[in-house]
Design a protein around this ligand. Structure first.
Ligand SMILES: Nc1ncnc2c1ncn2[C@@H]1O[C@H](COP(=O)(O)OP(=O)(O)OP(=O)(O)O)[C@@H](O)[C@H]1O
Length: 343
């Protein structure tokens, strides 16, 4: 289990991570989702002991990454955004070198290296120099390196960035395979990427956690952003009056459909008003039927996960517009985020 408690990273006045807390349970695939600059890499770098935090704690299986870095790091394999590879080494040399750094006992190294080469499908290129490998193969070497020794937790920062569609599918399959026996945390700014492989999604924006749930629950939670579109044969006033009796119909627009006497009705449904088990389609149907107003068509519009993501991140944006830098100095700091640079 990983516990991230009240994590803060301040890059000289620019809060890249802003009091972030979450828990990662064992044996699941977690997606760390957020737009560019949300603070994903910074958080992952802190969680894996690459850089320090300004405030807060990270406990990996009970070991504090700052106080017991060796114990904590033993539990984690990390693929950073730019995998550290020696271009003058062959794939095999690189992996043996990584095995040595990870203190895998000498007699176990051969077995450890060959099993990760098999997992990352590198056996055919084991003798090639890394400088001669394609981006996709380099990524696989980085992944193999992270997985070496099969630590319980695997952290992957944007594992598919820059890969072609075939390579993306291959890496996803490998991640799914890893997820059977390991806790996997991967970051991405692409929603479809995360929803394709993850059991749980953490959405982060401007260094803050704005949602944490299963992909299904996130979609359900957003039922409020869903709506209905109807074609109704009735005058506008009667449509509006009929819909006034339905509390869930929060926002209604009635337009000409193009066909005489038929109106196009768009209903925005308010999630807060919806009760479990009730089907809004039936409620709307009977409301119009009672008034003898024929519905000619009815279509539900469910919020996609993409919309959930956009809505949540834009809500966070709106909240943030309240914080206006006052001095020129603050403006400059906010714009370039310069400060204590860490590599
Ligand atoms: N060493 C640094 N010094 C100053 N600011 C930094 C440094 N590293 C990152 N930042 C800033 O911190 C914020 C978060 O960056 P981070 O790389 O963690 O985001 P991210 O979510 O991983 O984005 P991306 O998907 O673009 O990598 C950004 O505004 C970035 O410019």
């Amino acid at each position: 289990m990983i516990e991230v408690k009240n994590l803060v990273k301040d890059y000289g006045g620019h809060l890249a991570v802003d009091h972030l807390s979450f828990t990662i349970e064992d044996g699941q695939i977690y997606g760390f989702l957020g737009p560019n600059g949300a603070g994903k890499s910074t958080t992952m770098n802190i969680m894996t002991g690459y850089i320090g935090a300004t405030e807060g704690d990270v406990l990996i299986n009970g070991h504090n990454i700052l106080e017991e870095p060796e114990e904590a790091k033993k539990c984690i394999g990390y693929l950073p955004e730019l995998p550290p590879l020696y271009v003058d080494m062959t794939v095999k040399e690189q992996l043996y070198f990584a095995a040595e750094l990870k203190k895998i006992p000498k007699k176990e190294r051969e077995q450890a290296v060959s099993s990760v080469m098999e997992l990352a499908k590198l056996s055919d290129v084991m003798g090639r120099l890394i400088r001669n490998l394609s981006k996709g193969y380099r990524q696989r070497v980085g992944l193999a390196q992270a997985v070496l020794g099969f630590p319980p937790v695997i952290v992957l920062d944007e594992p598919t960035v820059g890969l072609d569609p075939k390579q993306i599918i291959e890496i996803r399959d490998t991640i799914r395979e890893l997820g059977k026996k390991h806790t996997v945390i991967l970051s991405s700014h692409i929603l479809s990427e995360v929803s394709a492989v993850c059991d749980h999604i953490l959405i982060i924006d401007k260094g803050r956690l704005i949602a944490s749930d299963t992909p299904e629950n996130l979609e359900r939670q957003m039922a409020g952003a869903s709506g209905m579109e109807l074609l109704v044969k009735a005058p506008k006033e009667e449509i509006v009056t009929t819909l006034e009796s339905i509390p869930q119909a929060a926002d209604v627009t009635v337009e000409e459909s193009g066909e005489e006497g038929i109106k196009k009705v768009s209903i925005h449904l308010s999630g807060a008003e919806q009760e479990d088990g009730e089907d809004i389609r039936e409620i709307i149907f009977f409301a119009f039927a009672d008034q003898r107003l024929p519905i000619l068509s009815m279509q539900s519009q469910k919020a996609s996960l993409e919309e959930v993501f956009l809505k949540l991140t834009s809500e966070a944006e709106e909240e943030n517009t309240m914080v206006i830098p006052e001095t020129q100095e603050e403006i400059r700091e906010t714009e370039d985020g310069e400060g204590e640079k860490e590599e």
